[in-house]
Structures are given as C-alpha cells and as structure tokens.
Design a binder for this molecule. Structure first.
Ligand code: SF4
Length: 204
C-alpha cells in the first residue's frame, strides 16, 4: 500500500504464480499474454495497475558507441538456473538473439555489459563486482528475473543482497520468474532503440 492507501503492484517482486493472483480477495490480479515488461528504472516496475513503464532507449551517444549491437557476459549470482535456461533459449532458432547483433561472450573484457541472474548471494557478490569492474566503460547492467531485481523468493534472507540494484547501477530490469525470452528480447531491443524507432519487430 502506498501513503494514500492505494495498492501498488510490483512486477519486479512478482513470481507470476497462480497463488499470487489468488491472494487478492477481489480477483483484481490477473495474468495476460503481454510479454512487454522490461523497464529502465526499478520504479518503472511498480504501478497500481501492474503495467510497467517500458524501457527507454539509451542516449544517442551510448547508442552510437554500441552501434546497436551488444556483447554481454552472463553472471549467475545465486540463481536457481531457471533464468539461465530462458537466457539460453534466446539463442535458439525461435528467438535467435544473434540476428539482432546481441551475443553472449565468455570474457567481461570483451563485453559491453553484464546480465545478472540470481539474488546476489554472499558467495557471488565479490565475483559480480570483479566481473563488472572488468567490463570496459561505458558498460551496462541488466537484471534478469525476480531474484536479480528484488531478491525474489529469497528477499530478506541475510545470505542475499535482495538483487543486483544494491550492488551495481542497473540499466534494464527484466521481470519474471523466470522472464520469458520475449520479455528479455523486447527489453534489450528497446534499450538499443531498435523497437522504439520501429526498424525491427520482435515477432517475425
Ligand atoms: S527469478 Fe525465479 S527462475 Fe529466476 S533465478 Fe529466481 S527463482 Fe529462479
């Protein structure tokens, strides 16, 4: 509840389970097929209607530098592997992330940014910070999944940081548990300004 007593729905904390919808006695929470949920800010995921403020494109200078392509290093910071499974799916023939010039790379030194999954547990925090430091600037941080955004089901545990936002500045927040590949793809293409400019569509 916010200060005015209005209900706020945080899709960054939502696990998108039937139980979460059932908990509302008025049946006000329902799920749709809309996959567009990635936001540029953490606050953009919190809204009374459950709608998100969709991700904005990077500024012109950043887009010129990245040339509308991205090399990303994945950092698994205490994930259950559900989010990684969906990230891997981005590379299959259905989603084919590489056709948009976006690829996962092995070394942070070859990357434009990192994709973080998991609630950032104590054991992975230093590794996450070191990986981030190894990426040459300018660099992006993309938080994928409820755990990376808010701690997800582990929020409040003394063993986690309740998401990557407590550790690093985040440029893209992709909700879901795990996020659908289309949600991640949509957020990345919005970040690069590809969808906003109408030059490319997510669906073939
Ligand atoms: S958000 Fe869900 S699927 Fe992703 S790591 Fe956390 S529990 Fe697993």
């Amino acid at each position: 509840m916010d200060r005015q007593g209005l209900v706020q729905l945080d899709t960054g904390a939502c696990l998108f389970s039937p139980e979460e919808a059932a908990v509302c006695p008025d049946g006000a929470i329902t799920y749709s097929r809309d996959y567009r949920m990635a936001a540029s800010t953490r606050d953009g995921l919190v809204n009374p209607t459950g709608e998100v403020e969709l991700a904005r494109a990077l500024d012109e200078r950043a887009r010129r530098l990245f040339r509308r392509s991205l090399r990303l290093r994945s950092v698994v910071a205490g994930s259950c592997n559900g989010c990684e499974a969906e990230l891997v799916a981005l590379g299959n023939v259905v989603f084919d992330l590489a056709r948009f010039g976006i690829q996962f790379v092995a070394s942070p030194r070859h990357a434009d940014g990192i994709v973080v999954t998991g609630a950032v547990n104590t054991n992975m925090r230093l590794a996450l910070e070191k990986t981030y430091e190894a990426v040459p600037p300018p660099k992006l941080v993309i938080a994928v999944g409820a755990c990376a955004i808010s701690g997800g089901p582990f929020a409040g545990s003394p063993e986690v940081s309740d998401g990557v936002g407590d550790v690093l500045p985040v440029d893209l927040w992709v909700p879901g548990c795990p996020p659908h590949p289309l949600t991640t793809l949509d957020g990345l293409l919005r970040l690069l300004g590809v969808i906003e400019r109408g030059e490319q569509r997510v669906n073939r």
